[in-house]
Ligand binder design. Structure first.
Ligand SMILES: *[C@@H]1O[C@H](CO)[C@@H](O)[C@H](O)[C@H]1NC(C)=O
Ligand SMILES: *[C@@H]1O[C@H](CO)[C@@H](O)[C@H](O)[C@H]1NC(C)=O
Ligand SMILES: *[C@@H]1O[C@H](CO)[C@@H](O)[C@H](O)[C@H]1NC(C)=O
Ligand SMILES: *[C@@H]1O[C@H](CO)[C@@H](O)[C@H](O)[C@H]1NC(C)=O
Ligand SMILES: *[C@@H]1O[C@H](CO)[C@@H](O)[C@H](O)[C@H]1NC(C)=O
Ligand SMILES: *[C@@H]1O[C@H](CO)[C@@H](O)[C@H](O)[C@H]1NC(C)=O
Ligand SMILES: *[C@@H]1O[C@H](CO)[C@@H](O)[C@H](O)[C@H]1NC(C)=O
Ligand SMILES: *[C@@H]1O[C@H](CO)[C@@H](O)[C@H](O)[C@H]1NC(C)=O
Ligand SMILES: *[C@@H]1O[C@H](CO)[C@@H](O)[C@H](O)[C@H]1NC(C)=O
Ligand SMILES: *[C@@H]1O[C@H](CO)[C@@H](O)[C@H](O)[C@H]1NC(C)=O
Ligand SMILES: *[C@@H]1O[C@H](CO)[C@@H](O)[C@H](O)[C@H]1NC(C)=O
Length: 543
């Protein structure tokens, strides 16, 4: 056990020292046994500075992180309180920043997210990811069929138990507990973070949640429903793929100028009163326009999913998502529809005989009744997290063609409503940043080239296997993880986060443009002079 003054000296340098224990299966098995943690260490390997962790046999996360700092990698298989098992991976850097970071998963992915762990360890965090209790790809749901305990592991239990276990291992390994604990995840990973702060407010001091798929029972069925609106191929009402860009161009014409700058980025889709009728074929013209039945489909796609008795089920895709519609609303292919049937077949337990033609409002009602694994993150009163000093940064792309951005607005407003009479101010612990032109968790259509990169979950890998943080800008103004830390540890709330678009994201050596992303409900407004590619010519304004 090292003396406290030793660590205090190192603290001045910002990093604690490496562990004196050896990075071996034996050493970690002893740590598990000593702490009554029911698990088996599968691997432990020391990786030298600038090294690679070679991922083997992980369908969901097969990319190997490179350029790692010197660290000890470990993987263990654990038994939960319910007797099920999950595995998790941990990167323990030699130069530790005294903090713990858990990173999330995506879709139904059963795998350890090594590549996001690589991005996290670059800051000096001890980083953990769990396979959530099963092995498999993003769309694979077969593991869940009549397997309620595994669904709970996927929904929240594996992440919670892996977090508790990791904190114990960190304490033994470094001889001191982590000073602060963080979480970063996107999509289903964003949901995991929200669910964790609702069920276990003590697990994390700060949560970065991107494009959270928080409304599991509705968003999974919406993914199927929206495809059915534009189905089958070649039907009178089906909008052909060739029209997606025509619709997108008309959206740009009507909805781009609202923010004071015509720049191919639809910055304020919520503020646009888009007139769909300009797309209707007239006077025998049948090119680059929509027939009446097709226009009806377009109204449906831009309208919420409202079902029996005018009941709201799920929000719609926003204006500005059209260039990615071949995956979003689909092209009427049966295979894409069959690929979205897994939630009903396996998580609701209907089995493979369940057909998309069986999707009705009763399916939604049943889903809400079962609420598989209690995955839906709808405990909107998050004051217990606020009361223990927790901070939440939520972000979502306004051009998300996978999970409608409106679901984040719904979540935000329901939290605001739930805590309205609780003597807490939402801005003091929860801020939401809507990123114009960003798609699902990352990237921007080439037609927009919007600044999107803030080092959120899943983003670094888009730049490269060795990327951590925002290349060229390691500060709380540009980096959502550093912004979260600054808020949690210094009490400095982010009044904006500057998003970056590199000329070439893969080389990321030259910035194309940067722009502030403002906390909802304020929006970035162009000053009217100077380069619109410079963040200083923009400001956050409330409307
Ligand atoms: C890190 O390793 C890569 C090859 O994996 C090499 O190209 C690069 O020069 C190394 N960087 C340093 C700083 O050693
Ligand atoms: C974990 O252990 C269980 C029970 O022994 C086993 O079925 C499972 O395959 C193991 N998982 C991994 C990832 O090794
Ligand atoms: C550990 O898990 C195994 C496998 O489920 C179980 O047989 C055993 O009783 C557990 N031990 C403890 C101490 O919980
Ligand atoms: C048909 O209508 C579309 C949409 O208004 C327009 O862009 C196109 O030029 C028209 N084509 C002809 C041949 O008039
Ligand atoms: C719709 O409303 C009618 C009349 O109030 C009611 O009888 C029926 O149960 C409702 N249907 C659903 C699915 O809620
Ligand atoms: C459906 O899923 C299969 C298996 O994952 C995949 O190969 C195929 O490309 C998917 N089809 C569509 C249209 O997404
Ligand atoms: C679903 O039902 C449709 C219409 O009855 C049928 O064409 C299709 O083959 C069915 N698909 C499956 C997977 O059963
Ligand atoms: C969900 O939570 C409720 C209330 O805490 C509990 O009664 C129920 O058993 C849980 N269901 C599942 C599937 O975990
Ligand atoms: C509300 O919060 C303020 C500031 O934290 C505090 O001074 C005040 O006493 C609180 N009011 C109630 C009713 O708790
Ligand atoms: C807290 O603020 C100090 C002084 O500005 C700064 O040096 C430090 O990096 C901040 N800490 C975090 C975690 O952002
Ligand atoms: C806008 O940016 C330019 C550099 O392009 C700078 O010189 C100018 O002062 C900025 N204008 C405003 C209003 O901030």
């Amino acid at each position: 056990m090292k003396s406290l003054s030793f660590f205090a000296q190192l603290g001045l340098l910002g990093f604690a020292s490496a562990s004196s224990l050896s990075c071996s299966v034996d050493a970690f098995q002893k740590i598990l046994n000593r702490n009554n943690l029911n698990g088996t260490v599968l691997a432990a390997t020391a990786i030298a500075a600038n090294g690679t962790y070679h991922v083997s046999d992980d369908e969901a996360y097969s990319t190997s992180p490179t350029g790692l700092p010197a660290l000890c990698q470990l993987e263990a298989n654990m038994t939960t309180v319910a007797g099920t098992t999950y595995s998790f991976g941990l990167f323990l850097p030699n130069e530790w920043n005294d903090r713990f970071l858990a990173v999330g998963n995506g879709g139904y992915a059963g795998g350890i997210n090594w590549i996001d762990m690589g991005a996290g360890v670059g800051y000096g965090f001890a980083v953990m990811s769990t396979d959530t209790g099963h092995q498999g790809g993003y769309q694979d749901t077969a593991w869940a069929y009549h397997n309620d305990e595994s669904i709970v592991d996927w929904a929240w239990r594996a992440l919670h138990e892996a977090t508790v276990t990791s904190k114990v291992i960190i304490q033994d390994w470094y001889g001191q507990s982590s000073k602060y604990n963080y979480y970063s995840g996107c999509s289903v990973g964003g949901r995991q973070g929200l669910r964790a702060l609702q069920l276990f407010p003590e697990d994390y001091d700060g949560v970065s949640s991107g494009a959270p798929a928080w409304w599991t029972t509705h968003n999974q069925l919406f993914a199927l429903k929206v495809l059915l609106w534009n189905f089958p191929e070649d039907a009178e009402h089906t909008i052909p793929e060739s029209m997606f860009n025509v619709i997108g161009d008309e959206v740009l014409r009507q909805c781009d100028p609202q923010d004071g700058l015509t720049d191919t980025i639809v910055s304020d889709p919520l503020g646009c009163n888009f007139n769909l009728l300009t797309l209707l074929c007239e006077g025998g013209n049948t090119t680059d326009c929509l027939s009446g039945p097709q226009l009806d489909t377009l109204y449906q796609v831009y309208g919420d999913w409202v079902d029996v008795n005018q009941t709201f089920v799920f929000p719609h895709y926003l204006y500005g998502t059209e260039s990615s519609w071949s995956s979003a609303i689909g092209t009427g292919s049966l295979s894409s529809i069959e690929n979205q049937s897994g939630f009903a077949q396996d998580l609701l337990g209907f089995g493979s005989a369940w057909n998309y033609t069986d999707l009705t409002y009763a399916t939604v009602q049943l889903a809400d009744k079962i609420n598989p694994g209690n995955a839906t993150a709808d405990d909107f009163d998050i004051t217990p997290f606020q009361a223990r000093g927790g901070k939440l940064i939520h972000h979502h792309g306004l051009a998300d063609p996978t999970l409608p951005t409106g679901s984040s607005l719904y979540f935000y407003s329901h939290v605001a409503r739930a805590i309205a009479s609780s003597n807490t101010t939402i801005d003091d612990f929860y801020r939401m940043f809507l990123i114009p032109g960003m798609e699902h968790c990352m990237s921007t259509p080439t037609s927009m080239n919007a600044p999107w990169y803030i080092a959120g979950a899943n983003q670094a890998a888009e730049l490269g296997d060795d990327v951590s943080g925002v290349p060229g800008y390691r500060d709380a103004e540009h980096d959502v993880i550093l912004a979260l830390m600054n808020w949690v540890e210094n009490g400095t709330a982010p009044d904006y986060i500057i998003a970056t678009k590199y000329t070439d994201d893969s080389t990321h050596d030259e910035v194309l443009r940067q722009r502030p992303i403002c906390p909802f409900p304020s929006q970035a407004k162009y000053s009217g002079s100077g380069s619109a590619d410079l963040p200083e010519n923009w400001s956050c304004e409330e409307y």
